[in-house]
Design a protein around this ligand. Sequence first.
Ligand code: SF4
Ligand code: SF4
Length: 363
Amino acid sequence: MNLTLCLTHDCNLACTYCYAGKKRRDAMSRHVADTALEFAIERTTEPLQLGFFGGEPLMEWELLQYATEQAEAATKRSGIRLLPTVTTNATLLTEERAEWLAEHGFFVAVSIDGNRAMHDITRPCGSGASSFDATLRGLTIARDHFPKLDTVVVIDPSNIGHLSDSVRFLADEIGVPRISINPNFYTEWPESALNAWTDAFGALGDFYTDRFRAGQSFELNFINSKIITRLKDGYAACDRCSFGEREIAVAPSGNIYPCERLVAEDRNMEVCIGSVFDGFDEGKYFGLLGRRGNRNEECIDCTLRERCMNWCGCINYATTGQINQVAGIVCFHEQLAIREADRVGNALYAENNPAFLKQFYYV
Ligand code: SF4
Ligand code: SF4
C-alpha cells in the first residue's frame, strides 16, 4: 500500500508549473495523520510505503516526525514493513534534519531543475527571488546522507534548452547518483520546444553511454525504465497504476484522492474518493477502478503498447480529463524515451559493456 500524506497546502516556492495549486496556510492536523495511518494499515498486509508530500512537506517538520514515529509504532504492531519517503524542494533541509531522516530509513527525492540558468526559469521563491542557492545547499546535504538519492528535474518548454547542460552539472559537478526527468505535460509544447526536447534526450543518451563506457553506471529514469521494459517485455502488472487501490493520497482535510498529483487545492470532488473519517465513497471508488487503463484506439495496435505508460491515471486525467485517455504529448514522450533507451541499450549491449551488463543483467 502506498499512502501519501500531503502535510500542507503551503510552500515557500512558486514553481511555474506547480500542480499543487494556489498555496495557503493549511496543514494536516495530528488527528488526520493518525486516522489516515489507521485507515491504510488496517487495509493492508503488504509493506506500507509512506510518502510525505505537499506543498512543501518540510514546512511541517514536526508533523512529519510525529507521523513517522506513529507509523513506525503501528507497522511494528501489525508486523508489516515501513518504507518512508519524502519529496522536497530541499530549501529547508539541514544537516540535523537529514541525519534524522537517514536514521529513520527515508528514501529522499529532491526537486531541482538543473543548473542555475534552468532552475531560475521555473522554480523561484514565493518572493520572486532565486531559490537556486538554497536548493543546492539542501541538495548537497541530501547527497551526503542518502546514497540512493533521487533528483527530480521538471522539463517545460521554457527551460528545455538547458536540459543537457543541467544533467551534466548535476551528475558530474554535484555527483548525484540518479536523475528523474518529469515533463510538464500540462502545458502547450510548441514545435520548437518539441524539437529541443528531442535534441536534449539524444544528447542525454550520448551522455549516459559515455558514463557507462567510463565504467560509471548512472540512473536516468527515462532510459533505465525503458531498458527494463525491453528486457521484461513491457510493464509487469504490479508496475502499472494502482491508482486508488494500492495507492492513495490524503489531503490535509482528510479527503482521499487516488494519487498525490490529484490532491491540488482539495477542491475537485470529481476525483476525491472519500475521506479517512468516513471511508471510501463506494460509487466513486469502484467507478474509478473500473475506468483505469487505456482506451485510445490508436494504442490498440501500437507495437510500443506494452512499454508505454498510457495507463497513468493522474497524467491522463490532468491532460485529457479522462483517466483512461492518453494525450498526444504523453505519446510523444513515450516514443522518444523508448527510441532513445533502445539506441543506448543496443550500443552498450553490443559492446559487452561491463557496467551495463552488471546493472541490467547482473553479470
Ligand atoms: S516546490 Fe513543489 S509544491 Fe512548492 S511550488 Fe514548487 S512544485 Fe509546487
Ligand atoms: S506510444 Fe502512443 S500510440 Fe503507442 S501505446 Fe503509447 S500512447 Fe499509444
